[in-house]
Design a protein around this ligand. Structure first.
Ligand code: AMP
Length: 195
């Protein structure tokens, strides 16, 4: 069956220091599955990544995992994915993840998550796509980063318009609903091949 939406989730390959991070990843997966959606993610089975994928599958959703060959063992590729793509490089992974999704959501994570979030956000700034980009702030994890970004706007390096492209939320259902609705309203026909 065709999924009702497809969302790319970036998140930690580690579980984080308190259970609330894993719980939020689980809530994201449950919501995607319960709403007939598709998760696109990095294909690993560790940390928040493994949890969001497992929860999506258990709730009846589709899961598209995309992992570079070099990380198959290190990130424990999740063989239970509805589709598991083993690709040649990190660039191929990120490109395919972006193409297969209608919207992007970053959960708490480490530098891999930061890099992926900033990349799709800059691609949006450059007009390579029109897909919504969200950030789930769990337990204030992203508050220091958000303060820094506000400073960057005040200092003149980031425009208000670009800042407003990042949809920050604290509640899983509200943020996911907002991203899915925005993706349906977004103009079609972006050209990721320019990247
Ligand atoms: P982390 O947030 O550091 O736990 O990493 C989360 C995911 O990001 C993992 O699947 C990593 O393989 C991936 N990742 C790590 N480094 C990069 C990078 N330079 N570009 C894109 N993804 C990365």
């Amino acid at each position: 069956m065709t999924p009702s939406f497809s969302i790319c989730v970036y998140c930690g390959s580690r579980p984080g220091a308190t259970p609330s991070f894993l719980q939020s990843a689980e809530a994201v997966g449950r919501w995607i599955g319960a709403h007939g959606g598709q998760l696109v993610y990095g294909g690993g089975n560790t940390g928040l990544m493994g949890t969001v994928a497992e929860a999506t599958l258990r709730a009846g959703g589709r899961v598209v995992g995309i992992i570079p060959q070099s990380l198959v063992d290190r990130e424990m590729a999740k063989r239970e994915c509805t589709e598991l793509h083993v690709v040649h490089s990190m660039h191929e992974r990120k490109h395919m993840m972006a193409e297969r999704a209608d919207a992007f959501l970053a959960l708490p994570g480490g530098i891999g998550t930061f890099e992926e979030l900033f990349e799709v956000w800059t691609w949006r700034q450059l007009g390579y796509h029109d897909k919504p980009v969200g950030l789930l702030d769990v337990e204030g994890y992203y508050q220091p980063l958000l303060r820094f970004l506000d400073d960057s706007v005040a200092t003149g390096f980031v425009s208000e318009q670009v800042m407003s492209m990042l949809r920050v939320g604290h509640e899983v259902p509200a943020l996911l609903q907002e991203l899915v609705s925005a993706s349906r309203a977004a103009p079609q026909g972006e050209d990721l091949s320019r990247i």
